[in-house]
Structures are given as C-alpha cells and as structure tokens.
Design a protein around this ligand. Structure first.
Ligand code: ADP
Ligand code: NA
Length: 343
C-alpha cells in the first residue's frame, strides 16, 4: 500500500511564537487529528541545526530544547499518533548527512539565501572577508535538512514558504543519489505549504515574526499572558491613513498583519475577515477585537505549556518514546542506504 510519511522539524533557537504555531505546529496538530492508518508522522526538534547560531550558549540551549518539546505538545500534537523527538538523539541524522554531502553541489548551496542572511552577507563577491568566517555548518545546513527528510524516506514535508528552496535541494540530492546508484530508493518528497501567510513582527512589519528577534514586544509568544498579549497588540504598529480597516500589504503592512493573524487563527480568507471587521470605526475597537481572538486561541497552549514545563519526567518519557519509534525506522533505512552504496 502507498504510504505517506510526513516529516517536519522546528529549531529550538528561542521561545515559540504565533508564527511557529500558525505556520507549523497547529498544522502538525491537525495532521495528528486527521491521521489515517497508512500515514506516519514525525515531528522533531532540530537541535543539530540550532547549533549553527552565532553564539551557542549551553544553558540556554538546554532550556530551549526542552521548551520546544513542551511547546509542540502544548500546541496539541498527540505523541501517541506521532513521533516527537530530538534530532540529536538519533546519530543516523549526522551519519546520512555526511553520506549526502557527496551528492550536494557547492553551487546549489552557494545559491541558498539563508546562510548569507544569517552571516549578514548581501553580495557574495564583495564580501570575501565575511565569507572566510562563515562556518561550514551554516553553509551545509540544507544538506543536514535533506538528510533529515530522506532518512525517513519522507513523502510529504509541511513547511513555510521560506523553506521551499531547501526542499528543492533535497529533491536534487535524492535524484542524484537515485541516479548514481540506479535505484528508486528515495521518494522525491513533496512540499506541503502552510495555508497561513507569513506572520510579521508587530513592531516592524518589514520583518517576519521570529524566535531570534531581540525585540520581544513585536513577538507574540505561545505562553504570553492575556495582559501581555493585550499590551503587545496595543503597541502594534498600525497606520492612520483611514479609519476603515482593510487589507493593503504594501501601504498598510501593520493593519494587514493583524488581519493576516485573524485569518490564520479563524481559517478564513482575507476577504472574509475584511467583511467581519468593516464595521469598526476606530483602531481601538479593532485592536480589542484582535486581542480577544488571539487570547482565546492561545489560552489552551499557554496553560498546557505551563503545566508541561513543570512535568520534566513526562517530557522525558515522550522524547524517549519518540526516539524509540523513530529509531525503528531510521536504523533500518540507514542500513539499506549503506548497503546500496556498497558498505
Ligand atoms: P524562527 O524564525 O522563529 O526561528 P524557524 O525557522 O524555526 O522559525 O521555523 C519553524 C517553522 O515555523 C517553519 O515551518 C516556518 O515556516 C514557521 N514559521 C516561522 N516563522 C514564521 C512566521 N513569522 N510566520 C509563519 N510561519 C513561520
Ligand atoms: Na529561524
């Protein structure tokens, strides 16, 4: 029978926010609820990827890794229907990464935007000195991502649109491997794009909402209290070009971002949300409306997070169970892969 193997991960580089929830973990939750018998779900914490940050701090890192597990579970992911695990607990990820390095063209890696933006490089040719300081790990990040996906022979990968180029590289690597060894071993994985648009920073809608943003007033965290959510929305940038609330990404990015948030939470189109809010005649009423919707949506994740983070033994048991389930799959696959290669 044709199996669907659904695989996705998130980095433990900071506290989870509304963008991670709408763009990733809420979708994982839905996949658990709708899981069919022929589907396997793997949701990991990409802690090997997270070590590519500029200044890794062991204490903080340890905390973020555990918070990531608690956040995934608090978002509603059912660990009995999926495997929730740390990437680093399965050495097969690193093992396949090395093997796949040999099917990864430098030119394709060089074209990736992420390492350049993280190393603050705009124009590669003008920045030789900066390039000399870029770590191989950051540069090779998309190869590890390919290894993660292919290790499970994943058929579907739910991601945000920023990750599309990396998925493309994964397909390139899988194709090169299959061709080299005259095999169909690796399925060519399909991207499942998140239905929600990208959520932007509340204080600077030119940037996406991100874990690594030092401006915490611009980011809505999964465990923010109702008071804090209310304060952040009050401070959110809007623009007083008109008293009517409508979506205009280009000229009114702040208001549009709040509309995107409502549309994401309520699973409505932008047009439907515009209809719902057309009666508001001032920003205060509109912002109260947005605030209520966000507080309501994050209520359960917040309470669950607070509960889970104080249950370290339960968290340990979930990750151990996830590791064991994942290990069954990856130990078999890595043996098969190495056998194909002649090891
Ligand atoms: P961050 O930038 O917050 O560290 P990650 O790079 O770890 O986020 O992304 C984890 C997942 O969350 C990905 O699937 C990504 O597409 C999604 N995601 C991250 N930020 C946003 C956002 N602002 N809006 C929508 N989805 C997002
Ligand atoms: Na990130």
């Amino acid at each position: 029978p044709a199996e669907a193997i659904i695989f996705s991960m998130i980095q433990p580089t900071g506290k989870f926010h509304l963008g991670n929830y709408l763009g990733a973990t809420r979708i994982w939750k839905d996949m658990c609820s709708l899981k069919k018998a022929d589907q396997q779900l793997f949701f990991g914490v990409a802690d090997l990827h997270a070590i590519t940050v500029p200044k890794p701090n062991p204490k903080e890192f340890y905390r973020y890794r555990r918070e990531a597990i608690a956040s995934i579970l608090a978002s509603g992911i059912d660990p009995s229907k999926s495997s929730v695990f740390y990437q680093s607990s399965l050495p097969e990820h690193s093992q396949l990464y090395w093997l796949l390095c040999n099917f990864s063209p430098l030119g394709s890696l060089n074209r990736m935007a992420q390492w350049k933006s993280k190393a603050n490089i705009q124009e590669v040719l003008d920045d030789q000195e900066k390039i000399a300081n870029v770590n191989l790990g950051l540069f090779a990040y998309p190869v590890l991502q390919a290894a993660d996906i292919l290790l499970y022979k994943a058929t579907h990968v739910p991601v945000g649109d920023d990750q599309s180029p990396h998925l493309e590289l994964t397909r390139t690597i899988a194709t090169r491997f299959n061709k080299m060894y005259k095999t169909k071993y690796f399925p060519i994985p399909k991207t499942l794009l998140a239905p929600t648009q990208k959520i932007l920073s509340l204080t600077n809608p030119a940037k996406k909402m991100s874990k690594s943003d030092p401006d915490q007033i611009g980011v809505l965290y999964l465990n923010d209290s109702p008071e804090l959510i209310s304060k952040k929305i009050k401070r959110a940038i809007t623009d007083f070009t008109s008293d009517h609330m409508y979506y205009d990404e280009e000229n009114r990015p702040g208001v549009s971002n709040l509309i995107t948030i409502i549309s994401g939470i309520q699973r409505k189109s932008i047009q439907e949300v515009e209809k719902d809010i057309e009666h508001f005649k001032n920003f205060k009423d509109f912002k109260n409306y947005v605030t209520e919707i966000i507080i309501e949506e994050l209520k359960e994740p917040r309470l669950e997070f607070e509960k889970l983070i104080n249950e370290p033994q339960y968290l340990d048991s979930v990750i151990e169970e996830g590791r064991v389930k994942a290990h069954e799959v990856v130990s078999k696959n890595i043996s098969e892969i190495m056998e194909i290669m002649g090891y």
